[in-house]
Write a protein that binds this ligand. Structure first.
Ligand code: XIL
Length: 299
């Protein structure tokens, strides 16, 4: 039988992917599911700042290499994740208070990662979670020290390091038509001024949903389309969902043309980042859940 990834691709979409990492892929059942059912992987944690550059100029690519090698060997696309994020920063980065020093560190980090995986990454969440719920820019170490120019600086560094990677801004609660969605459209427009080569290729909507929210996702995607760039659902999980809610989200991506891809945030419920309420497509015994079958049904 066709995988949900193949079924999704039959609707003109790029892939239906999953977040994972070495600690999951070394368990044979996980690798089998990632291999059969999904068309792309996102490193759940292995490409985050603290994992890749735990101290200044000291790079540890062990986990990221594993994930990338697995993807290349198995013919999967890769969504890299992430560079500019206010969370999970090592103290050595938080201790830099000089703007030019932090810019140098950021540019070097981006360049090192993209050079190592040159030509292998489909997309990268260059910017993660930049916005408040009211659509204004969140105050983070990056914006406090460098200012809002940090986004342009990071995107330009990424574009220069590997022009083949689609550059994304990724955020949460873009799941209905709201002020944060409007803020995201404004942010993308400000980084993609008319008459210049765009810096932003896509918007990632994390879609860490709560039960009952799936029906509004379509309206959020339609509103995000105003930015004129690709859209990806990047981290889908729905704790306590009715199976049909997964179907609703997949259908929303299928029916909104700029929505190019959808990724779920983990394989098995007990390994989820929101583990308590069975938010994913496979249960603790690696069995496909009704939510999985609801997707296979709609596709
Ligand atoms: C989460 C991972 O799933 C956890 O394992 C980790 O402890 C914290 O980060 N938004 C994001 C992801 O962009 O990187 C986060 O991933 C979940 C929320």
């Amino acid at each position: 039988t066709a995988s949900i990834d193949n079924l999704f691709k039959n609707h003109g979409k790029t892939f239906l992917g999953v977040a994972t990492d070495e600690k999951y892929l070394t368990v044979q059942q996980n690798a089998a599911i990632a291999g059969q059912d999904f068309g792309a992987v996102t490193p759940e944690n292995s490409m985050k700042w603290a994992a890749i550059e735990p101290s200044r100029g000291v790079f540890n690519f062990t986990g990221a290499d594993y994930l990338v090698n697995w993807a290349v060997t198995n013919g999967k696309s890769i969504r890299g994740h992430n560079f500019v994020w206010g969370e999970y920063l090592p103290n050595w980065v938080l201790n830099i208070t000089d703007a030019q020093t932090l810019i140098d560190v950021l540019q070097n980090h981006i360049t090192q990662v993209l050079n190592r995986y040159q030509g292998l990454l489909y997309a990268f969440d260059v910017i993660n979670e930049p916005l408040n719920q009211d659509g204004s820019l969140k105050s983070t170490h990056w914006t406090q020290v460098i200012g809002p120019d940090v986004f342009r600086i990071a995107l330009e560094a990424a574009r220069a390091a590997d022009p083949s990677v689609k550059l994304y801004i990724n955020d949460y609660t873009l799941d209905w038509n709201n002020t944060k969605v409007a803020g995201m459209v404004n942010l993308v427009n400000s980084l993609n001024p008319p008459g210049q080569p765009p810096l932003v290729d896509g918007i990632g909507s994390q879609a860490h949903l709560n039960a009952g929210e799936a029906p509004s996702v379509h309206g959020g995607l339609v509103a995000l389309s105003e930015a004129g760039v690709d859209i990806a659902i990047t981290e889908l999980d729905i704790p306590g969902a009715e199976p049909s809610e997964y179907q609703t989200v997949v259908q929303a991506c299928i029916s909104v043309r700029p929505c190019v891809s959808l990724s779920v945030w983990g394989i098995r419920d007990p390994d989820s980042y929101r583990p308590t309420t069975n938010p994913l497509l496979f249960d603790e015994s690696w069995q496909a859940k009704p939510a999985y079958n609801s997707i296979a049904g709609v596709l």
